[in-house]
Each structure stands twice: as structure tokens, then as C-alpha cells.
Design a protein around this ligand. Structure first.
Ligand code: GTP
Ligand code: MG
Length: 503
């Protein structure tokens, strides 16, 4: 990043420059004298009341360029802690660019880099490093979970817990120092007591933070739901059902989908990336094989894995390839076709590991019965027969007649609530302990926890606390990093990499 030491006045549109909007907010920061900007406003700037909005024309050389509102935030009381002026102007993209150009060409401003306003807020101590990370999470959130945690971090909630941990570390350090410097006054027993108390307090706070870092959260940050299966299994048909449009090409030609395609679906406060993949089969087509490799890559990292099997076209070699994967849901498609039951009775699914399975028809958008009122659906597979668990369904079970009457008489439930219910159940289960989502924080906390465990085993059996003087300092580095006292350039670079222009 090349703006670390530069304090040139900067300008940017903070409300996005992708499409025309009714209003856009342009931010100017870092100018020395507000009055020097008088040539650009019809409103008399010596009458400006800080933090109040004033109606003004934006002018230059006797020409009016726009009419809008301006708010002045003086140095020390603004987002960046510099003099800031915010202009609400008409959000036509050409209009925005024209206003930016006026200030860049005639008032000595330069276009801000992505995240530069926030960097200045950090530099001028308006925000802590973890607040910046919280802001980043808030602005790029994919779920209510990230929105909430981003806001909590921005408001300093997590930072306050880190400071409490740091404070308890200082007390622990002091307990060791006391045993060195004042051992004669305090006495060995008393200093040991003080040390034990401080260490247990430090451990308690660290343990509760550590409990929030258990498990892998990377798949929760941008959760992917992958549909895999053989060619002609019905993956694209289900994909279209879930995204509610004919987004993926469906045909009875095996190998229709050759590369993955994805769409966001919003369920219960979370955006999931639904991915339709190339059907798995032996192929001589180079491009198709790349698509199949990609399907496996996505399968390995996906948050929710759905396997689709078409019992009319499945061979056991292909099922073998999937035996190492634990699927969240198995859907056996084409239940609406005659001979479905005969076909599934010939399937050997013993190698498939799956948490929930159901027969399904993507033609009718429903999960279907196997016989009578029995549904091929149930938790903890492989393949259990049982009734539908009401937990997963909001839709009613309705009779369906498709391709003529099916024997025995059929009843169905819609697929969508089943998939969405299982998905959001898994997401909520995995986020129940409000996991700390920021990787940098997780790493620091895990390192600290490791050091604490090592420290614990070292101190057992030690009577002379004084000899721990240097040992206790091992926590200091990671704590400083956690609360952002230490922030090497590469840390800053990775944090600011996600920021957009105008923030
Ligand atoms: N009767 C019936 N037909 C289905 C069902 N699911 C899919 N089909 C049909 O099966 C054919 C293949 O479906 P697709 O959704 O394209 O299958 P796919 O798994 O995406 O196939 P590839 O892209 O080749 O890997 C299409 O003609 C669908 O209309 C089902 O449950 N019942
Ligand atoms: Mg397809």
C-alpha cells in the first residue's frame, strides 16, 4: 500500500459507482482550511455549523454543477479525525465523476485509494485495528452472523474482551514481579497465592475466547452448497428449482453442465452460494475433465454437500469414488418414473456416507414416497425409511399425479423446504457458540492458548515464582498482536485488501 505516510487531501464517492442512484455521498478529507473551498460552494462557508447540513450549489467559475447538502466535520470530530466535508449530490454516475474532477483538478485533492479513509481513521486512532476488521466484516458480510459480529467488533465489544485479557496478563506479570522485588515483604506463600489467582483469572478469559475458535469457520464465511452426482442425475434441474429460474441448462444429454455455475440463495438471514457442477463420469473431453476436477475441489471445501443419484443411470464405480466424502443430503431423483422402486432396490448405497436421504422428483419439485405412506427420508443414513420429520417442512403434503397414476397411491412434500431446512439447521448448529470469525484473531488466540498450556505444565511443581519472570513474557507478543499494538505491514495489507473506494 502506498498511502501509509501520505496525508494529501483525498476525495471519493462513498456510496458506490456502479449504477445511477438518487443520491450519492462524496467525501473530502484532509484539507487544511475549510474556507479555501469557498470557490466551490454557493453557501457561505464562514456560516457553516459543524455537523449540521446546509443546502448549497456546487459551483466553479460561475457555473452551477449540482445542488445538494453538505456537512462539515472538523478535525478531531470526524471519521478520519481530519477535516471532512460530506456532500450529498445527485447520484448520476457522470454527475459524480464531474464533481470529483472539479475538486481533483482545481482544489488539490486526489482520488482516495480503497480503504484510505479508514486507514486514516486507524492512523489517527479513531478506530482500533480490530474495529477496522469489524468494519471490513460488516461491509462484506454474507450472513446475519457476520453482520452482527462485524458490528460488535466495530463497536469494540470483542476488543474490550481482548483488553480484559491483556489487563489480566499485566496482573499476572505484576504477580511475578512482586515475588521478585518484594518477596521479603510479601512472603513466599502469599506471592504464590497471588500468582495462582492471577493465572487462573488470565486462563479463564483466554479459555472462553478459545472456546469460540474451535472448529473450522472458513466454510461459514462464504458458505457454499454444492450439488454433485453423475451426468443426468438431475443436478441442474434441482439447481433451477432452488434458484427459481432456468439458470442452468437442463437436458437429457449426459455431460450438459461442463463447468460449475453458481447463484446466491438467501435462506434465513444467510447468503449461500449454490453451485451446480459438471456430472461425474469417465470422459475423454479435456474441458469436461477440468470441470469434473473442479467439482471435486468444490465438494471438498463446501459447507453443505448434496449428492444426487439417478437410479436409472448409476454405476457402482462412480459411487465408489465418492465413498470418502460425508454428504449432508442424498437425493435419489426420478421417483416419479415407473420402475423407480425396482431400480433403487438394485442400488448398492452401502459405501455412501450421508446424514439425511430422500427420494425426489425434480420434475414435480417434490420428495416422494417409496411405498404407501412411507417416505424414503430420514436422518443419519445411509438410506433410512421413515416418515417425514415435521421439523424440516413448512409445506403441506399434497397428492401429485404425474406421468399417470403411480402405484401405490402417492403423496409428496415439496423439496425446497427440506433442503433449506437442513441447510439452515446445520448453519445455526455450527454458529451456536458465536465463533470468532476473523482468522487473524483466531490464530492469535490459538497461539496464546497453546502457550498457556505449555506454561501451565512448566509451573506445576515450581515453588519459586521468580524464576518464571522471563517465561511469562511469551504471552506478550501475541497479546500485542491481538489488540493491534503490533500490526506489521502484511497484516495491514491483508486487512485493507477487501476495502472499497470511499471507505
Ligand atoms: N422424470 C424425471 N426427470 C428428471 C428428473 N430430474 C431430472 N430429470 C431429467 O433428466 C435430464 C437430466 O437432468 P439435468 O438436470 O440436466 O441433469 P444433470 O445432473 O445436470 O446432468 P449433467 O449436466 O449432464 O451432469 C433432463 O432431461 C431432466 O428433465 C426427475 O426427478 N424426474
Ligand atoms: Mg447439469
Amino acid at each position: 500500500m502506498n498511502f501509509y505516510t501520505d496525508d494529501h487531501p483525498i476525495i471519493a464517492c462513498s456510496t458506490g459507482t456502479q449504477s445511477n442512484t438518487a443520491i450519492a455521498v462524496i467525501r473530502l478529507s484532509g484539507f487544511k482550511e475549510l474556507l479555501s473551498l469557498q470557490p466551490f460552494f454557493s453557501f457561505s462557508l464562514n456560516k457553516i455549523k459543524p455537523r449540521f447540513s446546509h443546502l448549497t450549489n456546487i459551483v466553479f467559475n460561475d457555473q452551477i454543477f449540482d445542488n445538494g447538502l453538505m456537512v462539515f466535520f472538523p478535525e478531531g470530530e470526524s471519521y478520519t479525525s481530519e477535516n471532512v466535508l460530506e456532500l450529498s449530490v445527485h447520484g448520476n454516475l457522470l454527475n459524480i465523476q464531474r464533481i470529483l474532477d472539479i475538486f481533483i483538478k482545481n482544489a488539490g485533492f486526489r482520488a482516495a485509494h480503497p480503504g484510505e479513509f479508514t486507514y486514516r481513521a486507524l492512523k489517527n486512532k479513531k478506530l482500533s485495528l480490530s474495529q477496522v476488521e469489524g468494519l471490513d466484516m460488516l461491509l462484506n458480510a454474507n450472513s446475519n452472523l457476520m453482520l452482527t459480529q462485524g458490528l460488535d467488533i466495530l463497536q469494540g465489544e470483542l476488543h474490550a474482551q481482548y483488553l480484559a485479557l491483556y489487563d489480566s496478563f499485566l496482573k499476572l506479570k505484576a504477580a511475578v514481579e512482586i515475588s521478585i522485588d518484594f518477596s521479603e515483604d510479601v512472603g513466599e506463600e502469599e506471592s504464590k497465592k497471588l500468582f495462582n489467582y492471577s493465572f487462573s483469572h488470565f486462563s479463564k478469559i483466554l479459555e472462553s475466547l478459545h472456546a469460540r475458535t474451535v472448529g473450522n469457520v472458513s466454510s461459514l464465511l462464504s458458505p457454499e452448497v454444492v450439488l454433485v452426482g453423475q451426468t443426468n442425475a438431475g443436478k441442474s434441474s434441482l439447481f433451477n428449482l432452488l434458484v427459481k429460474q432456468n439458470r442452468s441448462i437442463v437436458s437429457n444429454i449426459a455431460g450438459t453442465t461442463r463447468d460449475y455455475i453458481s447463484e446466491l440463495i438467501h435462506i434465513d438471514g444467510t447468503n449461500y452460494k449454490l453451485v451446480d457442477t459438471a456430472g461425474i463420469r469417465e470422459s475423454k473431453d479435456v474441458i469436461e475433465n477440468i470441470g469434473i476436477d473442479r467439482a471435486f475441489e468444490i465438494l471438498n471445501r463446501a459447507f453443505f454437500k448434496i449428492l444426487i443419484i439417478n437410479p436409472f443411470e448409476t454405476n457402482s464405480d462412480y459411487l465408489e469414488k465418492l465413498s470418502g466424502v460425508e454428504f449432508d443430503l442424498l437425493l435419489i431423483s426420478h421417483w416419479d418414473k415407473l420402475d423407480f422402486q425396482k431400480k433403487i432396490s438394485l442400488l448398492d448405497l452401502s459405501k455412501i456416507r450421508v446424514n439425511f436421504s430422500a427420494s425426489a422428483s425434480f420434475e414435480t419439485g417434490s420428495i416422494g414416497p417409496i411405498s404407501g405412506n412411507q417416505f424414503l427420508v430420514g436422518p443419519m443414513g445411509p438410506l433410512k425409511t421413515g416418515s417425514i420429520e415435521p421439523l424440516h417442512f413448512s409445506g403441506s403434503i399434497e397428492p401429485v399425479m404425474k406421468n399417470g397414476p403411480i402405484e401405490p397411491p402417492s403423496k409428496t412434500a415439496p423439496i425446497e423446504p427440506l433442503v433449506k431446512g437442513l441447510l439452515s439447521e446445520k448453519f445455526h448448529k455450527q454458529t451456536a457458540n458465536s465463533p470468532i470469525l476473523l482468522e487473524r484473531h483466531r490464530q492469535c488466540i490459538n497461539e496464546l492458548y497453546l502457550k498457556k498450556t505449555e506454561f501451565s505444565s512448566k509451573i506445576s511443581g515450581i515453588d519459586d515464582i521468580a524464576i518464571l519472570s522471563s517465561e511469562v513474557n511469551i504471552f506478550s507478543h501475541y497479546l500485542s498482536e491481538l489488540i493491534g499494538i503490533l500490526s506489521p505491514d502484511d497484516v495491514l495489507n491483508s486487512i485493507f485488501a477487501n476495502f472499497c473506494i470511499g471507505k
